[in-house]
Design a protein around this ligand. Structure first.
Ligand code: GTR
Length: 438
């Protein structure tokens, strides 16, 4: 029987007020976390257990990808756009004191090359004097390519045109990014160290793809406009947001790398820090051309379990960043128990490729233990492939790197990507990406 009208009306009012309700406060006391149950990565939605790689590949993996697209990150258009093309805009074979070659490439996402045509600027440093095309670390940066190294030859990023959410606040809207910012994020990129170990590094600014702003999806020069996505509120419930677009951009950067015979596109480690770590996780989950994933303090919506209510929650992240995830993700605001999947299953989608998850002890907002448990929860799928994952059952001591095909450490210090982190990633890459592709 249908409820009588006043009851139905009251229910509607309750639903709409719960949609607007302030998020429940974050829990930061381990003893206050409510009990939760994680869905099994190796049991299909219809109850079929996954006992073979073939079942994982044909059934469970597509099923999980669909759950993440429909309920969290939104849907990604397949492949590259028809008119996509690129142009090398600078090339210097004597960069970094002769140790590296620096390249800049503009990747246009349509046939147009007008001032507001969607595009991405890729910056690459590759080691000189190597005997084979080197493996590549690929990641997006927060503030523009010119911030990853103080090299004065790096082209400045296009000016900001409006405030960027909680990250970079120019004195007034419209204040351009300026050369004072050159190299401000150099410590997060460690380019000399990467080159010295025989790897190339490639990066693009996330804002080239989608401005990190509540109105970012409306930017006429952004990728959202190219696909007529609509604004953060106007788009379809399962349409992508900034996170999906950033992940897509990483795959488009890989398209370019595949065309560059001086680099080994079969050995690309995609990496990301924080919000850009979430994007890297989603990129590697979807695009199996990425040979490795490094997820640095990716937290909520990244490597940390959502159902474990510690630190940032789904309601908090959706409230603060309404443009990051699909609108459908808001269904789970303060309702994480209803999620049909969780982030350990996202990490499981990387299997059998090497995966490194890293936390920082001073970054409780990202939930270090939740990130460790995310990695741990992916392990059974690595086992299915005959790979040993973390190989430990408890979180390791601070500043201790563990694991085989899944690496993990919890660094002392704040939310950051440091020389310590990079040294661990380079060691991990040496173990897993050390053989040149024939
Ligand atoms: C925070 C956000 C986190 C993380 C971080 C960052 O404000 O709550 O999820 O992404 O920003 O990107 O630095």
């Amino acid at each position: 029987m249908f409820p009588r009208r006043p009851v139905a009306l009251m229910a509607l009012l309750m639903i709409s007020s719960s949609l607007q309700a302030a998020p429940a406060p974050a829990i930061t006391d381990e003893t206050k976390i409510p009990p939760y149950t994680l869905p099994d990565p190796l049991v299909c939605a219809d109850g079929t257990p996954v006992r073979e790689v073939a079942t994982w590949r044909s059934k469970r993996r597509p099923e999980l990808l669909e759950l993440f697209a429909a309920n969290e990150y939104g849907r990604t258009p397949a492949g590259r756009p028809a008119g996509m093309h690129w142009q090398v805009t600078s090339l210097d074979r004597a960069a970094l004191g002769g140790k590296a070659t620096r390249k800049e490439i503009t990747i246009w996402f349509s046939e147009n090359e007008k001032p507001d045509s969607p595009r991405m600027h890729l910056l690459i440093y590759q080691p000189n004097g190597v005997s084979a095309p080197p493996p590549v670390f690929l990641g997006l940066n927060f503030f523009g390519n010119h911030t990853v190294h103080s090299d004065p030859a790096i082209a400045l990023a296009r000016p900001f045109t409006f405030y960027e959410v909680d990250r970079y606040r120019p004195a007034a809207p419209g204040t351009p990014a300026n050369s004072e910012q050159r190299g401000v994020h150099a410590s997060k990129w460690q380019i000399e160290a990467v080159i010295a170990r025989g790897y190339a590094t490639a990066t693009a600014w996330c804002n080239d793809l989608c401005r990190d702003h509540v109105d970012g999806l409306k930017d006429p020069a952004g990728v959202a406009a190219l696909f007529s996505t609509g604004g953060a509120e106007e788009r379809a419930a399962d349409a992508w947001g900034a996170m999906g677009i950033w992940a897509w951009g990483l795959s488009r950067a890989l398209d370019y790398l595949e065309s560059d015979r001086e680099l080994d596109a079969k050995r690309v480690a995609v990496h990301g820090f924080s919000r850009l770590g979430k994007a890297a996780d989603w990129a590697a989950a979807q695009d199996e051309r990425f040979a490795m994933l490094i997820s640095n303090e990716s937290g909520c919506g990244g490597a940390a379990l959502s159902k474990r209510l510690y630190g940032e929650t789904v309601a908090i992240i959706n409230g603060k960043f309404p443009h990051w995830f699909a609108k459908s993700f808001r269904t789970y605001n303060d309702n994480e128990a209803a999620l049909p999947m969780d982030q350990h299953q996202l990490l499981a989608l990387i299997a059998p490729r090497p995966l490194y998850v890293a936390s920082a002890d001073g970054d409780q907002w990202s939930d270090p233990r939740g990130e460790f448990l995310g990695a741990k929860g992916a392990e059974p799928v690595y086992g299915l492939f005959g790979k040993k994952g973390l190989g430990v059952s408890e979180m390791p001591a601070l500043d201790t790197s563990v694991g085989e095909t899944i690496g993990y450490h919890n660094r002392t210090g704040k939310h950051d990507m440091t020389g310590y982190d990079w040294a661990r990633y380079l060691d991990f890459a040496d173990r897993h990406l050390n053989r040149p592709t024939p």
